[in-house]
Design a protein around this ligand. Structure first.
Ligand SMILES: *Cc1c(COP(=O)(O)O)cnc(C)c1O
Length: 349
């Protein structure tokens, strides 16, 4: 008998449901390069409504969406500010430098989030030798920060500070809808503080690919040139935009289940010997936990769990990350939790 596979590596591992595939199959399409794909156009209009912005651009990935925004906001030789664990700083292959000539200055925050105290010393005087700071990038929810969702008043404080100091604000909202569910705010309540917002459809929303970037007409029109330049000019993209439309209709509210499952997993494994889990820190679908024992390393535990069908990633030293999503239901969470506890029991005994 084969072992049941429970994949908690990332919410990017979700596969399109039969209903989503059906929607993709039936999508009306055209050439999006000349804005003639009706499904892409519908998706972009819906995202403008949801986020309260005049313009939107569908793109291949969250990285592409972030990088086209950076290209649209900055010129070569300028710099952006971001929390040190930010995706744009660490997981996008140095793209700000490679694609836009922009340097990344990282600032230490708290669980991937920035507040005024973290930022006040990062302003540079207007001198000939400094790179002009052009852009502040925030992440909501934070990924490596632990799936934390920004409180709205913190977003307001930080983005106002940036604006007052002449910076643009970009939100890497790969999981913005998770933040909305966790905090009870609307996407447009958050988006109003930002010049551009990027959201991924390929994470908890369960699409095979795709992201959206929203902003004003002028910025999005620059982003379209960047998308073309970066090789992401799309043709009959309605096939994948249909999945995103389906997900916005059908997969947003259910993100609450993923959050409840992450909390449940945290509760189960907090009983395991040698594991440190801060249950209060689990706010959305991302759960980090720590090994507090010399008996086993994070990568050894990753390997042992994999043999029993539970996949997750060791991320940094003795930390592991589990991410819940629509392909993992409550009973799989119970099973995964039990297996983690069993493996820790046998490791430390
Ligand atoms: C996943 C992710 C992205 C985009 O990643 P792609 O793999 O390029 O889609 C951007 N920011 C954050 C915080 C993410 O988690």
């Amino acid at each position: 008998m084969s072992v049941q596979q429970i994949d908690l590596r990332s919410d990017t591992f979700t596969k399109p449901t039969p209903a989503m595939r059906q929607a993709m199959c039936e999508a009306e399409v055209g050439d999006d390069t000349v804005s003639e794909d009706p499904t892409v156009n519908r998706l972009e209009e819906l995202c403008c409504d949801l986020l309260g912005k005049p313009a939107a651009m569908f793109s291949c990935t969250g990285t592409q969406s972030n990088q086209t925004a950076i290209w649209a906001h900055c010129r070569a030789g300028e710099e952006l500010l971001i929390e040190q664990q930010g995706h744009i700083a660490s997981y996008e292959v140095g793209a700000p430098a490679a694609l836009s000539g922009v340097t990344v200055r990282t600032v230490a925050g708290n669980q991937g989030m920035l507040d005024l105290d973290d930022l006040v010393d990062s302003l540079r005087p207007d001198r000939q030798f400094f790179p002009p700071t052009r852009l502040l990038c925030l992440e909501n929810t934070t990924n490596i920060g632990g799936g934390k969702a920004y409180p709205l008043d913190q977003i307001e404080r930080v983005t106002n500070w940036a604006r007052e100091n002449g910076l643009k604000n970009h939100l890497d909202g790969a999981r913005l809808f998770n933040a909305c569910i966790a905090k009870g705010y609307l996407a447009k309540d958050v988006a109003r503080y930002f010049d551009t917002v990027s959201i991924c459809f390929s994470k908890g929303l369960g699409c095979p690919m795709g992201s959206i970037l929203v902003g004003d007409e002028q910025t999005i029109s620059r982003a379209r040139r960047a998308r073309r330049m970066f090789g992401g000019g799309l043709r009959q993209a309605g096939i994948v935009a249909a999945a995103a439309l389906y997900a916005l209709e059908n997969h947003r509210e259910r993100l609450a289940e993923d959050h409840a499952n992450a909390k449940r997993l945290a509760a189960i494994i907090s009983d395991a010997p040698g594991l440190e889990v801060n249950r209060e820190d689990v706010e959305t679908n991302i759960l980090f936990f720590q090994i507090e024992s010399d008996a086993i390393t994070a990568s050894e535990l990753e390997l042992r769990l994999r043999k029993r069908g539970v996949k997750l990633y060791a991320i940094g030293g003795n930390r592991l990350r589990a991410v819940t999503h629509l392909d993992v239901d409550r009973s799989m969470i119970e099973t995964a939790g039990r297996i983690i506890v069993e493996e820790m029991n046998s490791a430390v005994s």
